[in-house]
Write a protein that binds this ligand. Sequence first.
Ligand SMILES: [Zn+2]
Length: 474
Amino acid sequence: MTDLSRRTFLGTASAAAAFGSVAEARETAVQRKKKGSAMSIRQDIAALVEKTPFVDTHEHVWEEAHRLKSKEGASHFPAPDFGILLTHYTDSDLQVSGMPPDDYAKLRSYDVTPRDKWKLAAPYYARCRHTGYQQCVRESVRALFDEDDIREDNCEAISRKLFDAMKPGYYRHVLRDVANIEYAQVNNLETAVFMETAQPDLLAQDISTVCLSSGLNIGPVLKLAKRDASDLKQWHEVIDWVFATYGPRAIATKNQSAYGRRLDYALVSEADAAPLFARFRQNEDSLAPSESKALEDHLFHYCIDKATEYNLPVKLHTGYYAGHGGMPLERLRKNASDLCPILQAHPKARFILMHIDYPYQDEVIALAKHYPNAYVDLCWAWIINPMASVRFVKEFLMAAPACKLFTFGGDYCPVELVPGHARVARKGLAQAIDELAESGWLEENDIPGIVDRIMRGNAHETYDYERALRNWSR
Ligand SMILES: [Zn+2]
């Protein structure tokens, strides 16, 4: 619960503040009262959003113990200095602004000094410092390191503070104390399927269904399950094992195969898929593209059925691609329409359409309004395009039930960038709610309930955090 109750909110909102200025002296008393009240409501909404914790419904943060090893030079992680703040998402803006890939690679390096890294990044950072990605970096620097921006004269100090802060308990401090997040849901990319996290109360875990189905990669899964699968029936049993083993402790399933294919998963029967799987096992390259698609389609639907059986929401990547220089917009624009038959085929599943399908966000508003089992998550969207996200929240709330919206997921590997993202999200959320209230589309009395709902309440209704936690402690 938030500690700012509905009554407190309404009480402060109705107490119009006095605003004295030369311009205002010319206004009528009524105008003055109206303006003062609007300012007061704006401040109250901002304070309410500030104090309300997020349930963070999507991150990729590495396990803390693994990440801390970068202090001893675990070089598959970026070096533990300020450069890491420029390595996720921001890297795309820098390179699209003209930064050469070889120079960018040095920002991750353990062999380049912070000062030299800054000299490489500065000209490109200046070109894109206004974007959501870069605002997020600055907000994190402010929240975590008490500096206003990154500059040549403070990049070493920021690096020192970051290095010193990295010790056991780091993630809890960054996520809970700094970003005001209750808990985060993590799709850990260090494993094929599921991370056995050391902190299940802080880092709830998704089951990734990519290797099981739409990006079929059976090797790592068979190794995990210590089984073999020479036919489709046995592969189904392996998937069953994955869900039986991890499902009780998982928070959701996650699939981002939209990066590689359309979402037009057809209903392919077991009888039709079985010979394809058998041939795939003989020779993974033997299937024609249409045959691979049919096999993936069958397994994708199988995994949705398993998720439904275990009461796990089904998170699907939709819309914009991370990275740069390769996004096939024609494929993305079909995401929402491709999903319609899937939403119809699985009425008991709950589908979470991630990243608001940007830049086709109007279409997922239509899906959330029309289909009882379609939910939308703003994860990542606030920093892809903050203004589009403000617009989206306003339009979503005017069209679709408020219970189907999740408003924050940092979508980051480096935990340091989550507080900045949360700040950007809170700023945008407060603006959206305020604009709806000021224009008379949202009643003041409804604001506290809606804010609580979209920042944390919906997540508690939709994801069974308590069940997962109970099963971790068994
Ligand atoms: Zn993600």
